[in-house]
Design a protein around this ligand. Structure first.
Ligand code: FAD
Length: 388
């Protein structure tokens, strides 16, 4: 059985590793010429970590992961603690610590585990087609490759998705912009083993530890889509948005490196439940493009990879049956996470300011129980985190 995987992001690489684990001959094609991930880090929640462990990456993942012992919400203006609580109940309940990990390191780990030399860089797929016995991808240089099936892990603007759905779809601007990067851990911003979040006015500033004494930071700001932004001006822009915020936020703005701070307009896509056309299927952001508000997009891509492996393990000689089983096991779960993230996004960014004010009031009463229940609700439901 031969598989072609388009895209060497965290979805495509996880799928390639997962399929190879069961003896499928995998071939990965990636349009960029070298590994240069956009974005600073991601939080890999326990469901995602379990997938990485399953792919044989347990010790390396733990080395790269930041240790989050506690979580806190602070009043953005005063810096006063609204709530602070241990993550241990979450770890006990789901049986795995989550790990924030620098994106470049996560991506390198996956690529190295697969074999960097085995990835076909510099191959931009321009079309994909399905036939009775094989599926074929065509690249920008005119070359083609055929296989028993093609997995389109070609990200949020996937052209595989266009093929599967029969036409393009329009993604939705979620209403805010995320500025993110890495800085050295600094107690003046937040404790070294805490995921600290400052909230106020529908804005959010957050830091969480990744390996080697660094914080992954991000700022969420409600801005119109397509607003003018000069690269390298993050400090001035953030100073203007957070002028009267707490000293910890000012410290973060002062220490961040504007040259490496990313600015991302956040979009998502209504869930859709057809992921397969014949011998072609979508995976990762190509199949479920979510806002990052519950930190589940990448985790969900890793879940797809494990589910895809299981579908081929259960239907080893029957591509249509395997891909149908894959879609069946994933589409609803992944769509649910997209909608959960959208709901959280609206609350965090004050789509309805009254509801957000109520949420701030709840945070002042919170002992962690409700927040952990919500996060556990996101984590369970994947292949390695069944609902008990
Ligand atoms: C600001 C932000 C914060 C986030 N935080 C989190 C988080 O905390 N936790 C979490 O789990 N997720 C998070 N996510 C989501 C996560 O980044 C994505 O879900 C994840 O990267 C999806 O992986 P993927 O492999 O499907 O797609 P991508 O990572 O987009 O990879 C797709 C790959 O396909 C390649 N490609 C595209 N088109 C072609 C083509 N035509 N031919 C060949 N190659 C092609 C691209 O170059 C790319 O390498 C966040 C996202 C954002 C924007």
């Amino acid at each position: 059985m031969k598989a072609v995987i388009i895209g060497a992001g965290m979805g495509g690489m996880s799928a390639a590793l997962a399929l190879r684990q069961i003896g499928i001959d995998t071939h990965v094609y990636e349009r960029v010429t070298e590994n240069k991930p956009v974005g600073a880090a991601i939080s890999v929640w326990s469901n995602g970590v379990k997938c990485l462990n399953y792919l044989g990456l347990e010790s390396r993942t733990a080395e790269l992961g930041g240790i989050v012992e506690t979580m806190s919400y602070l009043d953005g203006h005063t810096g006063q603690t609204m709530c602070r609580f241990s993550m241990q109940p979450l770890i006990d309940e789901v049986g795995q610590r989550p790990y924030p990990i620098a994106r470049a390191e996560l991506q390198s780990m996956l690529m190295q585990a697969y074999g960097l030399d085995e990835i076909n860089f510099g191959h931009r797929m321009v079309s994909v087609h399905d036939g009775p016995d094989s599926a074929t991808a065509t690249f920008a240089d005119g070359s083609t490759v055929s296989a028993d099936f093609v997995i389109g892990a070609d990200g949020a603007s996937s052209i595989t998705r266009e093929y599967v759905l029969g036409g393009p779809v329009t993604r939705r601007y979620a209403g805010y912009v995320n500025y993110n990067g890495l800085v050295d851990v600094d107690d003046a911003i937040g404790p070294a083993t805490e995921w600290t979040t400052y909230v106020g006015d529908g804005k959010r500033v957050s830091v969480m530890p990744v390996a080697a004494g660094r914080f992954y930071f991000f700022f969420d700001v409600v801005e119109p889509q397509g607003a003018h932004y000069e690269k390298g001006s993050a400090r001035e822009v953030l100073r203007a948005h957070f002028a009267d915020w707490a000293p910890g936020v000012q410290t973060l703005i002062n220490v961040l490196d504007p040259a490496t701070t990313n600015r991302v307009e956040i979009l998502d896509l209504d869930p859709f439940y057809t992921w397969v056309k014949g011998r072609v299927a979508v995976l990762g952001d190509a199949a479920h493009n979510t806002t990052p508000d519950i930190g589940q997009g990448g985790c969900s891509a890793m879940e797809d990879a494990v589910a895809l492996q299981w579908a081929f393990r259960d239907h080893p000689d029957d591509v249509p049956a395997a891909l149908a089983a894959y879609q069946q096991s994933r589409a609803e779960r992944a769509g649910d996470l997209v909608l959960r993230a959208r709901k959280r996004c609206d609350l965090t960014h004050a789509k309805d300011p009254e509801k957000t004010a109520d949420w701030y009031a709840e945070l002042r009463e919170e002992d962690g129980t409700n927040i952990i229940r919500g996060i556990v609700g996101n984590i369970v439901g994947g292949p390695l985190t069944p609902v008990s």
